[in-house]
Design a protein. Structure first.
Lengths: 269, 248
């Protein structure tokens, strides 16, 4: 064991068949070490969400191997090895906040008292103590997403998958939640895979940024972001932070221009 | 309420001023008098018809729920049953009333209940099925990430999601069940029911009595609807129709 939580080898994902088939992902080799905070960034349609879903076994690869926690992604899902947060909070209207957080615990047949205790602790972690008995629709968008995070972490998974979790929130809320998320990451030691289309967000949060290109989705570069921890509001004003943002942006643009060139060549033929 | 009283007053005035014949449109005061005079009988026929409506709604509702659950649970059942149900819905059900009289006995309230049951079956079934299947895809992915069984998905996502749909259908069906019961009664059967009361009184030109029975029918229908509304408020307080934002 090298301590990798996720290990992908030559992973490929093709949607459809025949003439209509699209190569969503191609030749993906990726290793995510334990305790890392890895962001996947790329233009829309680069397959970053698909990549996340492959790790979660919510969709299946058409080629290559995916290991999560040293076992197949399928096995890992059945063992409830990961928690997931989507762009929308996906809270159930008919459950109170605490009962929403308890949902995954009910699947593991944990008794009621332990569930309630765990939910309270998780809500404290996301700073929502006192909102246990409220319903999701009584909360703001940012609070709802915090409930979703509490729910994803309630059963202490080794891995947390996040699919543009703050994409629908305003800038101020997003920055505050970024800080809170880093706090949670430090406290829990959970490995996080985070899909985003925001370069500053990716750089600010991650220990490693995976830059992807579109159609077929490929990894163009993996950038180690060794900005000091713990990060805070000052990090956003750090010169090295800006340097990283620029580097990611250039890599993204490079991927795009290479594609434009390829298309031009294809058109000329 | 004010509007209601206004309409009654206007009705009274129009009928007297234009000298409209009593058999065309009785005055509200005449209807009220008829109501007071035949009060006990009206209550009895109203109750008997309500029993038919409620019984029919229960039979049709339970059958519709069972059908919808089976259809949502097993895809094969869905493919086999749904086209039949949709075809059956285009049949004018009230035309079956004499057949139901024949099957279940013209004097047996069950014959009326069956008309009601068939009438309410489709709206309840199709709405339940909608609620069970129109589930947010991300919710299903979330449950999948927990390796939730199909049974757990049903109990924790599909059924709660369907409850508002079911209540909407039952509210509509409450009104429908009373219409079904009264129309079925027109085709003959036991005498002390709303439909027969209206037919008999109208046949003897006692239109004020017939109108009094219509008032009872309306009141029963509204009351039935309100009872179901109250149950809904208690059963699904989280639903948008019952939401009260808290002050904070």
């Amino acid at each position: 064991m090298t301590g990798a939580v996720v290990r992908m080898r030559a992973v490929q994902k093709v949607f459809g068949g025949g003439a209509d088939q699209t190569h969503a992902l191609d030749a993906i080799d990726l290793e995510i070490p334990k305790g890392a905070f890895v962001s996947l960034i790329g233009p829309s349609g680069c397959g970053k969400s698909t990549l996340l879903r492959l790790i979660g076994d919510l969709t299946q690869a058409t080629g290559g191997t995916i290991e999560v926690n040293g076992k197949s992604a399928h096995r890992a899902r059945l063992d409830r090895d990961y928690g997931i947060v989507f762009q929308s909070p996906v809270l159930f209207d008919w459950r109170t906040v605490e009962r929403n957080v308890e949902l995954p615990l009910e699947m593991s047949a944990i008794d009621r008292r332990a569930r309630a205790e765990r939910a309270r602790a998780m809500l404290a972690l996301v700073e929502l103590s006192g909102s246990e008995k409220r319903y999701p629709w009584q909360l703001s968008g940012g609070m709802q997403q915090r409930v979703a995070i509490a729910r994803a972490l309630s059963f202490e998974p080794a891995l947390l998958l996040m699919d543009e979790p703050f994409g629908a929130l305003d800038e101020m809320t997003r920055e505050r939640l970024n800080l809170e998320l880093l706090g949670i990451w430090r406290k829990t030691g959970t490995t996080i895979v985070f899909v985003t289309h925001s370069i500053p967000e990716a750089v600010f949060l991650s220990t490693r940024v995976v830059v992807m290109s579109a159609r077929p989705g490929r990894i163009i570069d993996v950038i180690e972001v060794d900005l000091p921890q713990p990060r805070n509001d000052l990090t956003r004003e750090d010169e090295r932070y800006f340097a990283f943002v620029t580097r990611v942006r250039e890599r993204l643009r490079g991927g795009d221009s290479a594609q434009v060139a390829a298309k031009t060549r294809a058109a000329a033929m | 309420m004010l509007v209601f009283v206004g309409v009654l007053v206007l009705w009274e005035i129009v009928v007297s001023v234009f000298g409209i014949q009593q058999f065309l449109l009785p005055r509200p005061s005449a209807i009220a008098a008829a109501f007071a005079e035949r009060f006990d009988e009206l209550i009895t026929v109203g109750r008997n018809t309500l029993v038919e409506a409620v019984g029919g709604l229960l039979i049709g509702g339970v059958a519709a729920l069972a059908f919808a659950f089976a259809t949502a649970r097993w895809a094969t059942a869905s493919r086999a049953l749904l086209p039949i149900a949709i075809a059956a819905n285009s049949v004018p059900i009230i035309a079956f009333a004499p057949i139901m009289n024949n099957w279940f006995g013209i004097l047996n309230p069950l014959s009326k209940m069956m008309v009601v049951a068939v009438l309410v079956f489709f709206p309840i079934m199709i709405n339940t099925l909608r609620g069970l299947t129109l589930v947010d895809q991300t919710s299903l992915e979330l449950m999948r990430s927990y390796a939730a069984s199909e049974r757990a998905v049903f109990a924790k996502v599909r059924v709660p999601n369907a409850l508002p749909y079911i209540f909407t259908a039952v509210k509509v069906s409450a009104t429908l069940s009373l219409i079904g019961a009264i129309v079925a009664e027109y085709f003959g059967g036991a005498q002390s029911v709303l439909g027969q009361f209206i037919i008999t009184e109208a046949a003897f030109f006692r239109f004020a009595n017939a109108w009094a029975a219509i008032v009872v029918a309306s009141a029963v229908s509204v009351a039935f609807f309100l009872i179901i509304l109250a149950i809904e408020r208690v059963a699904i307080p989280w639903h948008a129709s019952a939401r009260t934002r808290d002050a904070s």
